[in-house]
Design a protein around this ligand. Structure first.
Ligand code: DGP
Length: 117
């Protein structure tokens, strides 16, 4: 697969507001925040999409959730938050390095947009 901007962020070759990193995952603030807290949590291994995950990825993918929970606590999101993984064209995925969005800090409304863009 082609390398994405997220691989460079994980290796700290380009700047990003990294809020967490361990041997399996990296978390950084989304450059185009859609909520007061908008953090991307990504496996350090470059998995292109949710349609490409394998059994070997289960530890890293599970870590996405435990890190999301810790970051949500650190961000003060006690009223709740949303975790999103967009997949390929119909999921409106833009960066082809699997990532989980953590969004919170305001009421987010119904889950799906009704626009077609
Ligand atoms: P998605 O549509 O799920 O592929 O979301 C990709 C997100 O990545 C989008 O919300 C904007 C964010 N993003 C894209 N390029 C960069 C970047 O260079 N730095 C950061 N911090 N976020 C980025």
């Amino acid at each position: 697969m082609a390398e994405t901007i997220f691989a460079k962020i994980i290796r700290k070759e380009i700047p990003a507001d990294i809020v967490y990193q361990d041997e399996l995952v990296t978390a950084f603030r989304d450059i185009n925040a859609q909520a007061p807290s908008h953090i991307l949590i990504v496996p350090n291994k470059a998995i292109a999409t949710a349609a490409d995950v394998t059994h070997e990825d289960e530890l890293a993918l599970g870590r996405l959730f435990t890190v999301a929970r810790k970051l949500a606590e650190a961000e003060g999101l006690e009223k709740g938050y949303r975790l999103i993984v967009n997949c390929k064209e119909h999921g409106h995925q833009e960066v082809f390095h699997l990532h989980m969005h953590l969004l919170g800090g305001r009421a987010l409304g119904p889950m799906l947009s009704i626009t077609n863009d």
